[in-house]
Design a protein around this ligand. Structure first.
Ligand SMILES: Cc1cc2nc3c(=O)[nH]c(=O)nc-3n(C[C@H](O)[C@H](O)[C@H](O)COP(=O)(O)OP(=O)(O)OC[C@H]3O[C@@H](n4cnc5c(N)ncnc54)[C@H](O)[C@@H]3O)c2cc1C
Length: 506
C-alpha cells in the first residue's frame, strides 16, 4: 500500500482501516453484481462506520480528514466499482457545494446527514445538454416561499436510491445573464418532493448493481431555504465542486488500477503455457511494468492534488490533468491486464472486464476527456503564461544565425515608424515565418498602446506591415516584403552555411 510523506498519522491509519473494511465487503459486492441488486447492506455498514464523513469537517459530524481522506475512502471503496461510484457520487452530491456556499443553518442541516451515510446525487446533465451544461433547459420559477422546478435530468448516478439531489436549474431567461453565467441556480432537492419522480433506469456498462437514471420534475416545490448560494450563483456553485469531484474521480480510477494489478500478477504467476508461468514472458512483464507505473503515477497525481486542495490552492489545472491521465490510464491498464490474462480476462468470473467498463465510463462521466483538455489548455494559458513567453533570440554576430538571447531586449521610448519596421524586419531574420505579438513589441517599445497602434496602422496603410486583429484590436504584426526591403538592403537577409563555399547560388 502506498502512503505519502505529507499524510498525517490519521490518514495512514484510515487508509489501512478502510481497505481492510472493503476486503470484508467484496464478496457481498460480487454477489450483488451477479444478482443485479442494489447492495443496501453495504451502505448500511458504511453508514455505521461513518466513512462517508471522511471529507466532512468534524464540527458537522464528520471525520475531518479533508480531500485527502475523501480520496483515501474513494480509492478503497472503488475496489467495489458499484458502491465506489455511489460513494463518489455522494461526495459530489453537495458536500463541497454546501461547505463553500451553504449558510450555517444549511451546513448544520445537511453535512451531518452526509457524514452519517445518507446517499446524495449530483444532477446537472439533461437529455439535450451534456458537455454544454450551461445550455440546460430545466427551469425554476419563484412562487412565494418555494421555487417550482420543471424539466428532466439524465444519466444521474443513484437516481431513486439517493435521498438528497444537488440540482441545477435555469432561473433567468435574460440573454445578458446567460452571457455572464448568472442564469442558473443550485438547489438541494429531497427525495419525496411532490412531482419529483424517476422516469427511467439506464442500462449502462459497469452499472450492474447501482442505479443510473432519468429524473423528471413537474412543478416540484423546493423551499427557498434549499437554494445554495444566491439566485443566479448556480454556475459558480457547480464549478466550485468540479475540481474536488475530479480529484475524487482520480481516486476512483486509482482504486480500479490497484485492483487490476492485484488480479493480474498472481494470475500470471500461476498460469503455465509452454511449460512456464506466463509472467516469465517478457511481453507480459512489460505490461505489468506499465500497470505498476500507471497505478503509482495515478495515486501520486490523486493524492498530490488532494493535498493541494487541502492547503487551499487552486487545483483547476492539476485536477484536470490528473483526471485525463488517470481515466485514460485506467482504460489502457484494463486492456493490458486483460491481454496478460488472455481469455480469462474477458469473463465476468474475474473483475477485469467490469473494471474495463467502468474505466471507459469515466472517460465520459464527470467531464469528458475533451472537456477536461479544454479546461487544461485554457487554464494553462493563464497560469503558465510566464512559461509561454516567446524565447528571445538574436542573430549571432559572427555566425549570422539565430541564437538564444536571455534577458530583456534594450527598450526604445519612441515607436517611430522606421524603428518599428526595423524591429519587425529583424524578427523576420530570427523567426522567418512568425508575426510579432503586441507583447513582443511592447517588450521593446516602452510606449502607450495607442501610440504603438497608430504607428502600426500607418505602416499598414503604406503596405509595409501586415496586421492580424482579434476582438481586442491589434494582436500580431509582421513586415511585408515591401516592408523588409524598406527596412534593410537585401544582403541583410542573406545567409549561407560555409559548406556552400564561394560559389553561392544566384
Ligand atoms: C455512466 C454515466 C454517469 C453519469 N453520471 C452523471 C451524474 O451523476 N450526474 C450528472 O449530472 N451527469 C452525469 N453524467 C453525464 C456526463 O457528465 C455527461 O455524459 C458528459 O458531460 C458528456 O455529455 P454527453 O454524454 O451528453 O456527451 P456530449 O456532450 O453530447 O458529447 C459527445 C462528444 O462530443 C464531445 N464534445 C462535446 N462538446 C464539445 C466541444 N465543445 N468541443 C469538443 N468536443 C466536444 C464530447 O467530449 C464527446 O466526446 C453521467 C454520464 C454517464 C455516461
Amino acid at each position: 500500500m502506498d502512503s505519502y510523506p505529507w499524510w498525517t498519522d490519521e490518514h495512514k491509519a484510515f487508509y489501512k482501516e478502510v481497505h481492510a473494511f472493503v476486503e470484508e465487503l467484496m464478496p457481498r459486492d460480487a454477489e450483488s453484481r451477479w444478482k443485479r441488486e442494489f447492495p443496501w447492506d453495504i451502505f448500511e455498514k458504511i453508514s455505521e462506520k461513518g466513512y462517508t464523513g471522511a471529507g466532512v469537517p468534524e464540527e458537522y459530524g464528520g471525520m475531518g480528514l479533508g480531500a485527502t481522506g475523501a480520496c483515501i475512502a474513494a480509492e478503497a471503496f472503488n475496489r467495489m466499482p458499484g458502491p465506489g461510484r455511489v460513494f463518489v457520487g455522494n461526495m459530489l452530491g453537495g458536500l463541497r457545494q454546501i461547505i463553500e456556499f451553504g449558510t450555517e443553518e444549511q451546513k448544520k442541516r445537511f453535512l451531518p446527514r452526509i457524514a452519517k451515510g445518507e446517499i446524495g446525487a449530483i444532477v446537472i446533465t439533461e437529455p439535450f445538454a451534456g458537455t454544454d451544461a450551461a445550455a440546460m433547459e430545466m427551469t425554476a420559477r419563484r412562487d412565494g416561499d418555494v421555487y417550482l422546478l420543471n424539466g428532466k435530468k439524465r444519466y444521474i448516478v443513484s437516481a431513486g436510491v439517493a435521498d438528497r439531489y444537488m440540482v441545477y436549474a435555469r432561473t433567468s431567461g435574460d440573454p445578458e445573464d446567460r452571457k455572464r453565467y448568472r442564469h442558473l441556480t443550485a438547489f438541494v432537492v429531497e427525495k419525496g418532493a411532490p412531482g419529483f419522480t424517476v422516469e427511467k433506469m439506464n442500462e449502462i456498462i459497469g452499472f450492474e448493481n447501482v442505479q443510473n437514471g432519468v429524473l423528471d420534475f413537474e412543478d416540484v416545490p423546493v423551499p427557498a431555504d434549499q437554494v445554495l448560494g444566491k439566485e443566479g450563483d448556480g454556475w459558480s456553485v457547480m464549478t466550485a465542486g468540479l475540481n474536488f469531484e475530479r480529484s475524487l474521480i482520480c481516486a476512483q480510477t486509482a482504486g480500479w488500477m490497484g485492483e487490476l494489478l492485484r488480479n493480474t500478477v498472481p494470475f500470471a504467476q500461476r498460469r503455465v503455457q509452454f511449460g512456464r508461468p506466463t509472467i516469465s514472458f517478457v511481453n507480459n512483464q512489460f505490461k505489468i511494468a506499465d500497470l505498476v507505473s500507471r497505478v503509482k503515477i495515478s495515486r501520486l497525481l490523486t493524492y498530490y492534488t488532494a493535498y493541494l486542495w487541502d492547503l487551499g490552492w487552486d487545483i483547476t489545472l492539476e485536477s484536470n490533468v490528473a483526471k485525463v491521465y488517470n481515466c485514460e490510464g485506467a482504460v489502457t491498464s484494463s486492456l493490458d491486464a486483460i491481454q496478460v490474462m488472455g481469455g480469462d480476462g474477458l469473463t465476468p468470473f474475474y473483475p477485469l472486464a467490469a473494471l474495463m467498463s467502468v474505466s471507459k465510463v469515466e472517460n465520459i462521466a464527470g467531464g469528458t476527456m475533451e472537456a477536461c483538455r479544454m479546461v487544461i489548455q485554457r487554464t494553462a494559458m493563464k497560469q503558465m503564461a510566464e512559461e509561454f513567453k516567446m524565447p528571445r533570440r538574436v542573430i549571432h554576430e559572427e555566425l549570422g544565425v539565430p541564437v538564444p538571447a536571455p534577458g530583456k531586449p534594450g527598450t526604445c521610448d519612441s515607436a517611430d515608424p522606421e524603428n518599428l519596421l526595423k524591429v519587425l524586419a529583424e524578427d523576420y531574420r530570427v523567426n522567418p515565418g512568425l508575426h510579432m505579438s503586441r507583447e513582443d513589441l511592447k517588450d521593446i517599445f516602452s510606449v502607450e498602446d495607442e501610440a504603438l497602434d497608430r504607428t502600426l496602422c500607418a505602416l499598414e496603410e503604406e503596405g509595409l506591415v501586415k496586421i492580424c486583429r482579434d476582438k481586442k484590436g491589434i494582436a500580431l504584426a509582421k513586415a511585408t516584403y515591401d516592408g523588409l526591403r524598406r527596412a534593410f538592403p537585401a544582403d541583410h537577409y542573406r545567409w549561407f552555411p560555409s559548406w556552400v563555399g564561394e560559389r553561392r547560388p544566384f
